[in-house]
Ligand binder design. Structure first.
Ligand code: ATP
Length: 327
């Protein structure tokens, strides 16, 4: 069986084919790179409409047989981008005469780790550009156990790097600069099970403006932000009694974040799994893989019910593919 996945919530115009008999995922992505500043929704949508046909063509030409279903990201994301991808997916499912599957992008970030790790019922830390969630399954839904109270974690890092004149995306540049840094004091904000990134981002900008070494600011920004995420992930493991953690989202490509999470899990005897980078950043592979899981559960989406939703929360999704409903 072959599932075509289409992703386009923000910067990644991406198509993938998941071939089940070889358990292989081919992913083709064309990234939107802003000329200056951060992601501009209109430019991102223009990129999406230019790039989506080509990445789909490449993915289809790589498939070794007919496509059995089309899965696409319904949200959350930038409305203008989502609408382009939704239109392409609907048209393809109708012209190929195969089922359509509308996938929640954040649940796809979670499920790719769960599927690949073979973990049973992990806690998931989704550390992405526009979001930051700690999720755990209970009684038919992925519950949001903790989340950002303001900006997404990657967006906070990117806003800091825009301030210092570095090009988008900022995360990899902060990771590089942090290697030569030492700790300086920056805010650390965890309230209950939620975290906040806007204060630390402003304080980091001010620290650079007042002459602190950029390497020290990058180091401290990473240490505090990742410690906040690790603290809430640990508390989620503790409160739920679970002993498995998976990581999702583009910020998960950061080696220091993975190191902190792995160490925390090790200390409490929990298992930790981080997918390879191509499945952490936005990609259509995770959409295709979750599409297959949903197809198996009979969870397809009629075209008449396939509108995109830019605020589609992970806890709105009825998790049709899990039977452990009372857990
Ligand atoms: P979402 O999945 O919430 O829609 P998104 O569309 O912005 O988010 P992702 O691909 O999940 O996309 O994440 C992109 C973010 O990851 C950017 O903010 C980028 O700076 C950050 N990022 C990428 N590499 C690294 C890294 N090595 N360290 C820290 N952050 C990183």
């Amino acid at each position: 069986m072959r599932i075509l996945g289409v992703e386009g919530t923000a910067w990644a115009a991406s198509a993938a084919v998941y071939t089940t008999n070889t358990d292989s995922v081919f992913i083709e992505t064309d990234a939107y790179q802003p000329e200056s500043g951060g992601i501009h929704p209109r430019e991102a949508a223009e990129h999406m409409s230019d790039a989506i046909p080509t990445v789909i063509e490449t993915a289809l030409s790589n498939a070794d047989g007919p496509i059995d279903a089309v899965a696409f990201s319904r949200g959350p994301g930038l409305g203008p981008c989502l609408r382009i991808v939704g239109t392409a997916a609907r048209a393809l499912s109708q012209s190929l005469d195969v089922p359509l599957i509308g996938v929640n992008h954040m649940v796809a970030h979670l499920e790719i780790g769960r599927q690949q790790s073979g973990f049973d019922s992990p806690i998931c830390l989704n550390a992405s550009g526009a979001n930051a969630h700690v999720l755990g399954y209970r009684n038919g839904r992925y519950r949001v156990l903790g989340e950002t109270m303001d900006t997404g974690v990657g967006n906070a890092i990117d806003k800091f790097t825009r301030h210092v004149g570095w090009s988008h995306p900022g995360g990899p540049k902060v990771e590089e600069a942090a290697k030569d840094g030492e700790y300086i004091d920056l805010p650390y904000v965890v309230k209950g099970m939620d975290f906040s990134f806007s204060g630390i981002m402003s304080a980091a900008k001010q620290a650079v403006d007042s002459g602190e070494a950029i390497e020290d600011v990058c180091f401290s920004l990473q240490e505090n932000i990742f410690a906040m995420l690790t603290e809430v992930a640990e508390r989620a493991l503790s409160l739920t009694g679970r002993d498995e953690l998976v990581l999702g989202g583009g910020v998960g490509q950061n080696a220091r974040l993975r190191e902190m999470l792995a160490e925390m899990c090790d200390q409490r005897g929990a298992k930790f799994y981080a997918p390879e980078p191509r499945f952490l950043r936005d990609n259509a592979g995770m959409i295709a893989v979750l599409g297959k899981v949903m197809l198996d559960a009979g969870d397809t989406t009629p075209v008449s019910d396939s509108a995109v939703d830019s605020n589609y929360r992970p806890d709105q999704v009825e998790v049709s593919w899990r039977t452990d409903r009372e857990e």
